[in-house]
Design a protein around this ligand. Structure first.
Ligand code: N2P
Length: 378
């Protein structure tokens, strides 16, 4: 006991000594070393890098490997939605060096001057990214971001509970269907663009509409269905609601649904408890990205880390853990064949054809915000 205490005191003293007496610690405190200019093609790495990602979106061992290889300590934190990320960045000195916004949010952030320019020509592993994922409309020329992973939004449902796959948004919005399901539990994503777009698809409108009347109709469909929903959760729903059998149906991101499938996989039956379907009315397809906030003080280290994420084995390890498809062509050789051949993870062309990207809706975002406040407030 005494020994433990003593070690504790010593650690505290060492920590204080390291602080040098001044205010320190926390992300963003120290920048990159500037004293000695790095040799050609080499980067002087900072001691620390602050990485801010979606919940359950990387195997944290990948971060530990980077720390070990390069001696950079990674401070890791997670968020639940693009809007939460935006709010953090807009609040000013977040201290984050690496962030993972989706397509439409990248455009919004570029517009708001929140992202630092990157230089993909200084990232040799950018060559591993498939042509289809480069130079996206939301970031022409990849001036700000590299693609990370992509996926689909649809409906996850309990295996054995439905006679037919619930492949319509009616399973989230039609009170006639909801009455029978509600006692067993329904979850929706706590995400304004995602939930409004599900209602917009259901009504036959564009998920990127800027028309107030259409958005009000989507809001009303959501408000009518809300009493039947148990939870709004896009953060840990796969583990706390799906795997633990608290619900039978969830508005879901494809990889999270696949994680629930494998977490409940039963060797004896050869099946998991959760399946995933893309509603026939259409659904969102997203591409998430790796970018650097404009006020990051460790941009060279952040770029070095981004290049690491695009190593074929690293990108494959990310997909093998998250079950989201990788835009990294060279990673395919290292991705589990069960994942590559799973149409719920890598959708076939006819499913892809039904899917749309969310785009920046410009000033109409204020109408979206207003609808969301009405939805969450009641
Ligand atoms: C993973 C979150 C996926 C991000 N839990 C959806 N854009």
């Amino acid at each position: 006991m005494k020994k433990v205490l003593l070690i504790g005191v010593m650690a505290l003293l060492l920590a204080l000594a390291a602080c040098g007496g001044g205010p320190s610690g926390g992300p963003g405190a120290a920048g990159e070393p500037t004293a000695a200019a790095p040799a050609d093609g080499e980067v002087q790495l900072a001691d620390e890098l602050s990485v801010y990602n979606w919940e359950d979106y990387i195997d944290e061992q990948i971060l530990r490997d980077y720390e070990e290889r390069y001696g950079v300590r990674i401070v890791y934190d997670t968020y639940a939605s693009n809007e939460d990320l935006l709010t953090k960045l807009q609040a000013g000195a977040s201290g984050y060096d690496v962030i993972f916004p989706s397509d439409y949010m990248v455009s919004q952030m570029i517009e708001l001057g929140l992202l630092a320019e990157i230089d993909v020509s200084a990232m040799p592993n950018f060559a591993n990214i498939g042509a289809e994922f480069k130079d996206p409309p939301y970031d022409p020329g990849n001036r700000f971001c590299i693609p990370y992973q992509w996926g689909m939004t649809g409906i996850a449902y309990r295996n054995g509970r439905f006679a037919e796959p619930p492949d319509s948004w009616a399973y989230l919005f039609d009170p006639a269907k909801l009455a029978a399901l509600a006692p067993d539990g329904i979850n929706v994503l706590n995400d304004q663009r995602e939930l409004l777009s599900a209602a917009l698809f259901y009504l036959g409108y564009s998920p990127n509409t800027t028309d107030r009347t259409e958005l009000e109709a989507a809001r009303d469909v959501i408000l009518a269905a809300k009493p039947y929903w148990k939870t709004f959760n896009s953060e840990d729903y796969y583990s706390t609601l799906m795997v633990s059998d608290e619900i039978v149906l969830s508005h879901a991101w494809s990889g999270d649904a696949a994680q629930a499938y494998w977490a409940t996989y039963d060797e004896a039956t050869g099946e998991g408890n959760w399946l995933f379907t893309v509603p026939q009315e259409g659904a969102v397809r997203y591409q998430d990205n790796v970018c650097i906030p404009a006020n990051s003080k460790r941009q060279a280290t952040a770029q070095h880390f981004m290049n690491y994420l695009m190593e074929p084995e690293v990108a494959a390890a990310i997909t093998n853990f998250t079950f989201y498809p990788s835009p990294n062509e060279a990673a395919k050789a290292f991705i589990e064949p069960d994942i590559l051949n799973n149409p719920g993870i890598y959708p076939p062309p006819e499913v892809r054809a039904k899917m749309q990207w969310l785009t920046d809706v410009g000033d109409a975002i204020f109408i979206y915000d207003e609808m969301w406040t009405a939805i969450k407030g009641q």
